[in-house]
Design a protein. Structure first.
Length: 518
């Protein structure tokens, strides 16, 4: 029994006779293997299993089970249905013909019906008792008729029932060719010229975008004022108000208070100060106990001192974008757009069966008036760490239409295939190896396509069927191996039904030939 004659039907835990009969209606093989789920009780009722078996028989299907449920196994054995432990075991074994009449009761024995039958027999015999000789000859006639019918049945079986599938693998040779094709923008009407190996090269447009970053080339220095804390002390007998902005100083720098301070007689309070213009930068980072002078009307009534060093004064260099940075970013953006247009959809290896268009290097140009550019920052002379340009534009280019190139490639290969051979179906792979620059005036260019694949011997299925019909398997195999060019390592495969039958079927229609390409 061949593996190709078996369909495997995996049962679900909620399957019932109705759903299974529906699923069996979509099977197209003579044998269906029902595989029980690991969990769930499916078809444990004997009547349910019988209904499925009867429906399968009406469809011309033999069923077998892969099941470990002891209840289902017992029911299947009573119905003469094959049960296996695994799918592999079912493929290796010969299935039993199921018996679907398990539940049919014996015919009732009605005395009146039996008497009527006896009377009918008596009338057919003429109402007379037959002699022993007549009865003997009638018995011989019946036996002869039965034997004749049996012989006819056996002969009909051996004539019509056996079936076989023969698989042959033709010999193959590798294909490796490089074909040069010309692309021509003027072939808009013809599209393809297989004789001259020329194809139409259309001009297409596409939208591309890019983003570039340029480091700013300019710089600017900024002085940062120092800050610190001073202690103000009221040495007078009256309350005093120290206004915000009151100036205190050291021998090298001047500072201003940041908020208003109210001092009671003899009171000391802290005040936050910041370096004033002329004292910004590192000069404001004065040492402790150096800010001792208070300027203004309160100079004699309030004393000042800094217990700690001031900090924060510095000179910071900041990058600044110049106009030349914007010009550089714009030039790089244009180059990047053109580069993307030339490389997009241009893989190293490509099958020509895919719908693609490959740009021709050197033919890519920007479409005037379609460009958009956005700078960040938007204007020069701005403090920034980077000049970012986002560009988008339409580009135009000559392209290679791979759908047009494929017929040219196959037409170029055909004369190189020896007689009696053909290109193996789906075996060709194509690689674009080289594309020349287009002519400046005509736009004509060339490109090389490297083709790899296989050619196979063209085998006539009718011839194979005629040579193997009705002969023994060994002779059929010998004929095919001696008369056909086959792959040396792949001998012909014979799959017969029934498996014990030693010869090929007598009817050619019962022999299926499969030519399997490597």
């Amino acid at each position: 029994m061949s593996q190709r004659d078996i369909d495997i039907l995996q049962l679900a835990p909620d399957d019932d006779p109705v759903t299974l009969r529906d699923r069996l209606a979509f099977q197209h093989t003579r044998r269906v293997l029902l595989v029980w789920p690991r969990r769930g009780a499916v078809l444990r009722n004997k009547l349910d299993l019988l209904l499925v078996q009867r429906h399968a028989t009406r469809q011309g299907i033999w069923i077998a089970l892969v099941c470990a449920d002891p209840v289902v196994v017992d029911h299947a054995r009573e119905m003469n249905v094959s049960v296996y432990r695994s799918v592999a075991a079912a493929r290796r074994s010969r299935w039993k013909r199921p018996d679907y009449k398990v539940f049919e009761p014996p015919a009732p024995r009605d005395p009146d019906a039996q008497a009527a039958l006896a009377a009918r027999v008596y009338r057919l015999r003429g109402g007379l008792a037959l002699s022993p000789s007549t009865q003997r000859w009638r018995t011989i006639g019946r036996i002869s008729a039965a034997i004749t019918a049996l012989v006819a049945l056996i002969a009909g079986f051996f004539l019509a029932a056996p079936a076989a599938t023969v698989t042959v693998t033709p010999a193959s040779d590798p294909i490796y060719e490089t074909i040069t094709i010309t692309g021509d923008p003027s072939l808009a009407d013809v599209k393809i010229d297989t004789t001259a190996r020329r194809i139409y090269a259309p001009i297409v447009q596409r939208t591309v975008s890019t983003s570039v970053n340029v480091a700013p080339s300019g710089e600017d220095s900024v002085r940062v004022p120092a800050e610190g804390t001073v202690i103000l002390t009221n040495t007078s007998a009256n309350p005093l108000v120290v206004d915000a902005g009151t100036v205190v100083s050291s021998p090298t720098a001047r500072f201003g208070t940041l908020s208003e301070i109210v001092l009671q007689p003899g009171e000391s309070l802290p005040a936050q100060v910041r370096a004033l213009d002329g004292s910004v930068g590192t000069v404001g980072n004065v040492a402790p106990n150096t800010v001792t002078r208070l300027e203004g009307a309160l100079a004699g009534a309030v004393t000042v001192n800094n217990p700690n060093r001031f900090a924060g004064g510095d000179v910071v260099v900041r990058p600044i974008a110049r106009q030349e940075d914007f010009d550089l970013a714009y030039a790089r953006g244009q180059d990047e757009l053109l580069l993307q247009a030339e490389t997009i959809d241009l893989p190293q290896d490509t099958g020509l069966a895919r719908a693609q268009q490959l740009p021709v290097p050197g033919s890519v140009q920007m479409v005037e008036g379609t460009e958009t550019s956005t700078f960040n920052p938007p204007v020069p002379d701005t403090y920034t760490t980077s000049v970012t340009l986002t560009m988008r534009a339409r580009v135009r280019a000559l392209v290679i239409d791979l759908n047009l190139a494929e017929p040219v490639v196959k037409a170029a290969l055909t004369p190189q295939i020896p007689p009696g051979r053909r290109i193996a179906t789906g075996s060709l792979d194509f690689t674009i190896d080289y594309i020349s620059l287009p002519d400046p005036e005509s736009g004509v260019f060339t490109f090389d396509v490297t083709v790899t694949g296989y050619s196979v011997v063209d085998i006539d299925e009718a011839y194979v069927r005629d040579r193997v019909t009705g002969v023994r398997i060994s002779e059929a195999r010998q004929r095919l191996q001696s008369e056909l060019l086959l792959e040396p390592d792949i001998p012909p495969d014979f799959d017969l039904w029934p498996g014990w039958y030693p010869r090929m079927p007598l009817l050619p229609v019962r022999v299926n030939i499969i030519v399997e390409e490597p």
